[in-house]
Design a protein around this ligand. Structure first.
Ligand SMILES: [Zn+2]
Length: 479
């Protein structure tokens, strides 16, 4: 086992239950673990890294991602605003995108995601999709720490006419999906480094029956794995669950016993009190009392004009807030930045939602959800998941408070090196575990193939330009 010693200007070191700032610090890693944080280390090391003007932080834990499709969101989903669905893309553009992508495109997306996640600070990712085995193998190869779920549901939605949402129900299909998901968890358990594990993801609150939700919660407890679901992510979802059960999505999940400390709610944006609904109730207290966490994915919703009102308010109510990337960009740097700014905007305050809160959300809060006191922190006994940020770059200079610089100014170019489980996966800007040659070109080709196929899958028979109009009209050349 190699011993690695890292000396840096600043280290985010964990002490007495919180992150602290250590100046001129040393981190020593032995095998996959941190064994020393402080000053005056006198032991030997196989590798000595004099990182100089560098900030060492714990790796970020990304609690919501879809690696199979996310990269192809780009250039297609933006600026499309279906008023009849309260601006969500879930009913039309997202379904079209998923239908139009081919197997080679999915393979490319997964490969691209490995590099994108590593370059932007994710060291642990919670992925939900339908090809868990394949994604697990990619994460193993790339050196990422991952929680993988094959999603399942009792029904699916569609729009028959472009104006309303309808559902196709298949209760047996939901339980068959749960069985597949459970098999994946068991398969991953007995395999490899233990870095890649499984968890459970019933897909959406409005597509899962009470029976499927109850069984999911029971299995999550039995198997000791996290449990996630998309909930309160769209206005139509709240209205449909109201119509079916007379409850908000959060009340519905609580009523079937789904909520609990192992649960992370994807999004939880349209809770009672939001100005989008004018609905009285106490959703946030219910979430907080249950011990469930929220995964906030700022960019996906902000680009549609939607924010949580307000994220600092969720924190005041006692909710454990974690962060994810959902679609594109799969960048925890951007997720942290947008969550910071939008939280302040919605709360209309500068002092209620601070850089330290964002650092916690991206690290220890997510570790709590996972039940892992060896993740999201730099302390002896913790896993060696480390990010080395340059402080001498234009974006990061001048530095008085490196955490503020990280949250409000860092770019992916400032992230120099990434260690996961004691192994370097990126060194001085070079990803060591992913072959990035030709990745961008293959993603371009995958995008072109899928955009071309969009009209075939549109129930209303629209052209690509009608579904997602380009920003500028084409330049007219003289004839
Ligand atoms: Zn999602």
């Amino acid at each position: 086992m190699a011993v690695v010693r890292i000396d840096a200007r600043y280290v985010v070191a964990y002490q007495d239950g919180e992150h602290r700032l250590l100046e001129n610090g040393t981190v020593v890693v032995d095998g996959d673990q941190v064994v020393f944080v402080g000053q005056g280390y006198e032991g030997d090391a196989d590798e000595q890294v004099d990182a100089g003007e560098t900030l060492v932080t714990p790796g970020f834990i990304n609690t919501h991602a879809h690696l199979e499709t996310a990269p192809l969101d780009k250039s297609f989903q933006e600026d499309v605003a279906p008023r009849q669905f309260f601006y969500t893309g879930l009913v039309e553009t997202l379904l079209l995108q998923e239908a139009a992508i081919d197997e080679a495109g999915i393979e490319t997306c997964v490969g691209f995601s490995m590099s994108e996640l590593i370059r932007t600070g994710t060291t642990t990712v919670m992925h939900q999709g339908v090809r868990g085995r394949r994604v697990a193998e990619a994460c193993e190869r790339a050196g990422l720490r991952a929680y993988i779920a094959d999603g399942y549901k009792s029904g699916r939605w569609y729009t028959p006419d472009g104006n309303r949402v309808a559902y196709d129900w298949d209760e047996d299909g939901g339980f068959a999906g749960l069985e597949r998901a459970t098999r994946l968890i068991e398969e991953l358990r007995g395999r490899g480094s233990g870095r890649v594990q499984g968890f459970l993801s019933p897909w959406q609150a409005n597509t899962c029956t009470p029976g499927l939700l109850k069984e999911s919660r029971r299995l999550s407890d039995d198997l000791g794995v996290p449990l996630t679901i998309h909930a309160a992510q769209a206005v139509f979802e709240v209205m449909d669950i109201m119509a079916a059960h007379g409850m908000t999505p959060i009340e519905y999940l609580e009523s079937v016993g789904f909520l609990g400390p192992r649960v992370v709610l994807g999004h939880a944006i349209f809770t009672t009190g939001t100005s989008w609904l004018n609905l009285p109730g106490d959703d946030t207290r219910r979430i907080a009392d249950s011990g469930a966490s929220v995964s906030y994915n700022a960019w996906t919703f902000a680009r549609r004009g939607i924010v949580v009102e307000s994220l600092p308010g969720y924190r005041r109510d006692g909710i454990n807030i974690t962060l994810g990337t959902d679609t594109t960009p799969q960048s925890m740097i951007e997720s942290i930045r947008w969550s910071a700014i939008l939280g302040k905007v919605a709360d209309r305050r500068a002092d209620s939602w601070l850089a330290s809160h964002l650092l916690d959300a991206a690290t220890v809060n997510a570790a709590r959800l996972l039940g892992r006191d060896d993740l999201g922190r730099i302390s002896p006994g913790a896993k060696a998941d480390l990010l080395l940020w340059r402080l001498d770059t234009p974006a990061m200079t001048p530095v008085r408070d490196p955490i503020r610089n990280l949250v409000y100014y860092a770019t992916k170019e400032d992230l120099a090196s990434v260690m996961i489980d004691g192994a370097w996966v990126m060194r001085d800007g070079e990803v060591l575990t992913v072959d990035e040659d030709g990745l961008a070109e293959r993603l371009q080709q995958a995008g072109e193939r899928s955009w071309q196929r969009v009209p075939e899958h549109d129930r209303l028979g629209r052209t690509l330009e009608e579904v997602s109009p380009g920003s500028l009209r084409p330049f007219r050349l003289p004839s």
